[in-house]
Ligand binder design. Structure first.
Ligand SMILES: Nc1ncnc2c1ncn2[C@@H]1O[C@H](COP(=O)(O)OP(=O)(O)OP(=O)(O)O)[C@@H](O)[C@H]1O
Length: 221
């Protein structure tokens, strides 16, 4: 696989700290369009804090330079508690990802966008199901779908597969790969699962001993 040589995100000597405790020193790496970069490392090394630092410094100084706007980046957080009786349907929940308009109803174009995303994320059969009745894996696909309606150029998935069984993990990552192929978006995926890194990753940014190292996987050039 040949990557686009123009990175959409360049991290340059970023220092990541929490409450004056340094977690990561002088971190530098690049993210390229249409690639999946896994962020790996032991619990507590600072993966989530690093992502927060990227969001905070986004195009504000040289430590985080992007060729995209902040509005073209979507972050899917690790935890979102959905009660069993959460009433919004999958389709309506996905629609919440649209930019707010003054109209209380969806335009024909907006409906078409949602329909396209529902198809891309394999949620056709669940579109009318209340989100609270969906399984954990299905809910993760819905969170992904909601993030996709604004047509992001970079998606950050924070341990989206953490609570899923093996089959659901692979199903979700198959969908992520298809999304990358169809939309050209880049994905940063925080994970503890070496099999997923090996199966799906184009790059692995491993963080240990306060430093990060990016490696290309599977013949990525
Ligand atoms: N707001 C905060 N106040 C104090 N300490 C914090 C805060 N946020 C994170 N930390 C600490 O910073 C360290 C890094 O946390 P972070 O969540 O970034 O790690 P992580 O690599 O994402 O871990 P995990 O894989 O377990 O999710 C941890 O020791 C955590 O307890």
């Amino acid at each position: 696989m040949q990557v686009d040589k123009q990175p959409l995100l360049s991290i340059n000597n970023l220092n990541v700290a929490v409450k004056e405790r340094n977690l990561i020193h002088n971190l530098s790496f690049e993210i390229y369009p249409q690639t999946l970069t896994c962020i790996t490392g032991e619990n507590g090394v600072g993966k989530t804090t690093m992502v927060k630092a990227i969001l905070k410094n986004f195009n504000k100084n040289d430590s985080v330079r992007a060729t995209i706007k902040r509005s073209q980046l979507q972050y899917v957080p690790q935890f979102r508690n959905i009660d069993n009786d959460y009433p919004l349907t999958v389709r309506d929940f996905i629609g919440l990802g649209l930019q707010k308009s003054i109209r209380p109803w969806l335009s024909k174009k907006e409906k078409q966008v949602i329909q396209k995303i529902i198809k891309m994320t394999n949620l056709q059969e669940l579109a009318k199901t209340p989100l609270g009745k969906c399984s954990g894996g299905e809910q993760q696909r819905v969170f992904l779908a909601q993030a996709l309606v604004s047509d992001p150029k970079l998606l950050i998935l924070d341990e989206s597969t953490a609570s899923l069984d093996k089959e659901a993990k692979f199903l979700l990552l198959d969908v992520v790969k298809e999304v990358i192929k169809q939309t050209g978006t880049a994905v940063i995926f925080i994970t503890h699962d070496p099999i997923l890194v090996k199966t799906y990753g184009d790059f692995d940014l491993n963080i240990s001993n306060h430093h990060g190292m990016l490696s290309a996987l599977k013949g990525v050039k």
